[in-house]
Design a protein around this ligand. Sequence first.
Ligand code: ZN
Length: 124
Amino acid sequence: MIRKDIGSLEAACQRCDGVHPRQDLDRLLWCDACQEAAQRRAAGQGWYVGLAIGVALALWIWLYIQPSNLVIGGWVGTVLAAFYVSARVTREVLYGVERVRGEAAGETAGEAAVEAETPDGPDH
Ligand SMILES: [Zn+2]
């Protein structure tokens, strides 16, 4: 829900419901703290997923490719790159999903606000 106490200068964050100055909220009406919290959580989960993928890739390389000591550095680099890229991708996807959920909730509130703003008479 969107509160409009002081002419649209303040609005409630869609996540924590705290009232913030409108310019501190982003397009989806999230305050800075909520954006940072969502990014941190997505990043944390992204590292776990990246680690799992990196370990799985390392095991697969170790068991099936059985690299010689000469090229092991290249495979280590490959595993590290896979770890980093999958952590980054997972973070973006998780954060995107969370944002889309927030947007869906925001649409309902937006419709209610549009209804409230419809002028209903000449005494407007
Ligand atoms: Zn918030």
